[in-house]
Design a protein around this ligand. Structure first.
Ligand code: ATP
Ligand code: MG
Length: 588
C-alpha cells in the first residue's frame, strides 16, 4: 500500500462535547481571513512600536490579570517541584537582564546556555531576550567539541552553565574561545567564573526592556545535523508572531491549558514551543527535567493533568513498544490534544494514538530554519494518517521542481513528488546561517524558500512527506522515498523502528536496504528477515520493497531524536562518518 493513496482510514473529527471549541474551526475561512499584521496586532508590542519576545511571553501577563497564574511548573529529576507564576518569572528574568547589564552585555551579544531543563535555563533565556542579547541554548549532553564549535561560530560572549558541566566540558576548551568573556555557574564556585546566584541576588528585579526592533536578532539555533554539519540559524524578535499564531492554530492552546512540550530547548522545538508559545498564550508550561522513560511520562500525563502534549515520533514509537494497554490503564481524561514533530510520523503511530489515547497524534512539520510550525494537522480537521497536514494560515507552501538553470517551477498535479517550498517572508523565517552566507543564499530561489525535503500534495491540499532530498533512493529508474518503505515495515508487529537507505549497486544504481530494530519478544534471525522481506514485497511491490534487511538493537539518532540515515549509509559503504557531533544513541 502506498501510504498516500488513502487506503489508511481517514480519522474523521466530530465536535467533542464538554471540550472547548478548537481555535481553528474552518480551515478555508481561517486562511482567507489571515494576515501577519493582524497576527502581530494580537500581541502587545513595546511602547514606541518595537517587539520583544520576552515582553510578549512574560511581561504582558505579569503586569496584567494573569500575573499570579502558574507560568512554569517544573518537575525535577528527583521529583522536586517548583512553581513560577508569571509575576515570579518576570522578576527573575528582570534580575538576569540586569545581571547582563552589569557585565556590560547587551544588544547583539550572544549568550549560550548549557544547562539541563532547569528553571534557570528559562529565566536566563527570557532575561537575555529582555536585554536584547541573542540566546543560544545547547544540549547539556553535548561533549566539549560540539560546544566549542558552536560557541566559536556564535562568538558567544556569555555562557551560563553548571559547575559539573563547566569542569568536564568547558574548562578544557575555554582557552580556545577568545570571545567568551563571562561564564556564570549555577551551583558551585569555579576559577574564572561568576556565581549565578550571587549575581542574581545582587540584581534588581525591575527592568525596562530597551527599544527592540522586530528585526533585531534574538535566537541562534543549530540544526540537528541529520544530513551533515549543523548550521546556525538566526531568528529575530518578530518570530514571536509565528510562535503565537501557531500555538493558537496548530497546538490549539487555550488559556487554561496545562501544556507539555517534551523537547529540550537545545533543539528549536524546545524553545519555540517549550518556552515561547505557551508563555505568550499565558498557559501553564510543564517542564520535565528527566529524560524519556515511558512509565515516568505516563505518570506525568496523568498526575499533571496535561491537556496539550507536544512530542516526537521517537518517543511515540518507544511508547508503542509497551502496548496500548499501558496508556489505557491511566486516567488521561484531561488530555485534549496531542501533536508530534521532528520526523515523519508513521500512519501506524497515528492510529496507535487512537487505540491508546482515544485520539490521534497530530503530525506537524517544520524546521530549525522556519522557526515555527508550517504544516500541521488541526484539532477540528480530519486526519489522514501519514500526512503532515495542511499549511498554517499565512503560510503558502508548494511542491516545486528545480530546473537546471536554477529556476524553480511549482508542480501542480496532485501526488507528484518534488521539493517542499515555502513562500518566503513569514516572521520566524531564519535570517542567516551564521558564517555561511553562501549556504544561506542557496536556500532561496526567487520568492521561494527551499526546504531540502521532498513531499507530495494531494487533491485536498494535504502534504505527504517523502524523504529528505539527500535520502531519496534511485533504484532501477524508480525514485523511492524512505518514509513509505519504513512505514510499511513498521506495520509488521515485530518492528519497533526502521530506517531505509539506498545502497549502491552496479546493476540498479541503488538498492533499498532497511535497518530494523525489533520490539521486545521478537528474535532477529533468518526466518524473521524472510518474513519481513515478504511482508514488504506484498505491501510495496518488488520494485520498492527492500532487497536487504539488517537487524540492529538501536538505530543511530541525533539528540533531537532523528534517525541518522546518512550514518547508516556511510557505515554500510565503509565511508567516513562525517560530523557526528549531534549523535546520541548508537547501534554499536
Ligand atoms: P540538518 O539540517 O542539520 O541535517 P535537521 O534537518 O534534522 O538537521 P531540524 O531543523 O531539527 O534539523 O529538523 C528539520 C527536519 O526534520 C525537516 O527538514 C524534516 O526533514 C524533518 N521533519 C520535521 N518534522 C517532520 C515531519 N512532521 N515529518 C517529516 N519530517 C519532519
Ligand atoms: Mg535540515
Amino acid at each position: 500500500m502506498d501510504v498516500a493513496t488513502g487506503e489508511m482510514p481517514i480519522i474523521r473529527k466530530t465536535p467533542r462535547p464538554g471540550l472547548p471549541a478548537p481555535n481553528l474551526a474552518d480551515y478555508a475561512e481561517a486562511c482567507a481571513g489571515f494576515t501577519w499584521q493582524a497576527a502581530r496586532a494580537v500581541l502587545d508590542g513595546l511602547p514606541g512600536g518595537g517587539l520583544n519576545i520576552a515582553h510578549e511571553a512574560v511581561s504582558r501577563h505579569a503586569t496584567g490579570r494573569r500575573g499570579d497564574h502558574p507560568a512554569l511548573h517544573w518537575i525535577g529529576k528527583d521529583g522536586t517541584r517548583r512553581d513560577y507564576s508569571y509575576r515570579d518569572l518576570e522578576a527573575a528574568s528582570n534580575r538576569f537582564a540586569n545581571v547582563l547589564g552589569t557585565l556590560g552585555v547587551g544588544a547583539g551579544d550572544v549568550v549560550f546556555l548549557l544547562l539541563g531543563r532547569v528553571p534557570e535555563l528559562y529565566i536566563a533565556m527570557l532575561g537575555a531576550l529582555k536585554a536584547r542579547a541573542v540566546v543560544c541554548p545547547l544540549f547539556s549532553a553535548f561533549g566539549p567539541e560540539p560546544i566549542a564549535t558552536r560557541i566559536g561560530i556564535g562568538k558567544g560572549r556569555v555562557l551560563v552553565t553548571t559547575g559539573a558541566l563547566y569542569r568536564r566540558k568547558v574548562a578544557p576548551i575555554r582557552a580556545g574561545l577568545p570571545s567568551l568573556h563571562h561564564v556564570l555557574v549555577l551551583d558551585e564556585a569555579a576559577p574564572d567564573t561568576w556565581s549565578f546566584p550571587a549575581l542574581m541576588s545582587g540584581a534588581s528585579d525591575r527592568f525596562t526592556i530597551p527599544p527592540t526592533d522586530a528585526q533585531d536578532p534574538a535566537l541562534l539555533h543549530f540544526t540537528s545535523g541529520t544530513t551533515g554539519r549543523p548550521k546556525g540559524a538566526i531568528h529575530v524578535h518578530e518570530a514571536v508572531v509565528t510562535h503565537h499564531a501557531t500555538g493558537f492554530y496548530a497546538l490549539d492552546l487555550h488559556p487554561d491549558d496545562r501544556f507539555w512540550c517534551t523537547a529540550d530547548p537545545g533543539w528549536v522545538t524546545g524553545t519555540s514551543y517549550g518556552v515561547i508559545a505557551p508563555l505568550t498564550h499565558g498557559v501553564t508550561n510543564i517542564v520535565v527535567e528527566a529524560e524519556f522513560d515511558a512509565p515516568t511520562w505516563y505518570g506525568i500525563l496523568e498526575a499533571e493533568r496535561v491537556s496539550v502534549w507536544y512530542t516526537a515520533p521517537t518517543a511515540i514509537r518507544m511508547m508503542m513498544k509497551l502496548g496500548a494497554e499501558v496508556a489505557r490503564a491511566r486516567d488521561l481524561s484531561a488530555l485534549r490534544f496531542m501533536a508530534s514533530v521532528g520526523e515523519p510520523l508513521n500512519p501506524e503511530a497515528v492510529l496507535w494514538g487512537v487505540a491508546a489515547f482515544g485520539q490521534p497524534f497530530h503530525d506537524n512539520w517544520w524546521q530549525t530554519e522556519t522557526g515555527g510550525i508550517m504544516i500541521a494537522n488541526y484539532a477540528a480537521l480530519d486526519v489522514k494518517p501519514g500526512s503532515m497536514g495542511r499549511p498554517l494560515p499565512g503560510i503558502e507552501a508548494a511542491i516545486v521542481e528545480r530546473r537546471g538553470d536554477g529556476e524553480v517551477v511549482p508542480v501542480t498535479a496532485p501526488m507528484q513528488g518534488g521539493e517542499l517550498a515555502l513562500k518566503a517572508g513569514w516572521p520566524s523565517m531564519m535570517r542567516d546561517y551564521l558564517g555561511e552566507e553562501a549556504r544561506y543564499r542557496k536556500c532561496f530561489a526567487g520568492e521561494w524558500y527551499l526546504t531540502g525535503d521532498l513531499a507530495m500534495r494531494d487533491a485536498d491540499g494535504y502534504y505527504w512527506f517523502v524523504g529528505r532530498a539527500d535520502d531519496v533512493i534511485k533504484s532501477s529508474g524508480h525514485l523511492i522515498g524512505p518514509f513509505e518503505v519504513e512505514s510499511a515495515l513498521l506495520e509488521h508487529p515485530a518492528v519497533a523502528e526502521a530506517a531505509v537507505i539506498g545502497k549502491p549497486d552496479p546493476m540498479a544504481g541503488e538498492i533499498v536496504k532497511a535497518f530494523v530494530a525489533l520490539k521486545p519478544g521478537y528474535e532477529a534471525g533468518e526466518p524473521l528477515r524472510r518474513e519481513l522481506l515478504g511482508h514488504a514485497r506484498k505491501r510495496l511491490g518488488a520494485a520498492v520493497a527492500p532487497k536487504e534487511i539488517d537487524f540492529r538493537a538501536n538505530l543511530p539518532k541525533t539528540r533531537s531524536g532523528k534517525i541518522m540515515r546518512r550514518l547508516l549509509k556511510a557505515r554500510e559503504m565503509g565511508l567516513p562518518e562525517g560530523d557526528i557531533s549531534t549523535l546520541e544513541s548508537d547501534e554499536r
